[in-house]
Design a protein around this ligand. Sequence first.
Ligand code: PGA
Length: 251
Amino acid sequence: MMRKKIVAGNWKMNNDLAQTETLLSEIKTQWNKEPQARVIVAPAFTNLYSAFKALRETPIEVAAQNMHQSDSGAFTGEISAAMLKSIGVNTVILGHSERRSHFGETDAVLAEKVETAMKNEMEVIFCVGEELEDRQQGNEFDVIKAQLEKGLFNIKKESWGNVIIAYEPVWAIGTGETASPEQAQDMHAFIRKTVAGSFGEEIADSVSILYGGSVKPGNAKEIFAKEDVDGGLIGGASLKAEDFMAIVQAI
Ligand code: PGA
């Protein structure tokens, strides 16, 4: 089974409307040859609709960085699946480590968010990652397994076509420190084996698993070359068109 290669840019809380428009037009200008991958950008909520309109005629897709688990109601400051879908956004990043650590998103909350996304037929980029301490203590595989089982594995078999997994070791996010290609491969193979254990080989073989954590033009190629690495979730380097497009071409 051929898995989809994917490069996704997580812009986090960066870029206002004008900066979003500038960055997207730079990306479009630098789009030279057809990449062998799906390319996704995830701007802030306020810029999603503008991004959707700017990219409508291109193969570049737009994703949200988060959403709420409820359909609607008294949740001041939150955004629902229906709101995202109504502006053409069908993909959402869930469980990013910054959401987990700064905003208290637990595995249980993430399971609800995933369920809501599946119910609304949205695609999820589900993030998992261990802290430095976990790795120092040799617990990284247990931590990732628990995050997968508690946050993601409540879905039905039929929903897996709407799932992308991103492995993002917390110690490598925004730190300039990257997992070695071997460390990434080991964890990606483990994630795939864990999916296979619960949902079977066919699903495990078809799910795209992205690596995230200080991916740059200089290291993308060797990470993406690993068998179980199907692309990247890019933070800092996705804010510069030149770097982002170099990473897209690295795949
Ligand atoms: P980084 O962020 O590329 O800046 O390390 C990755 C992410 O948080 O998705």
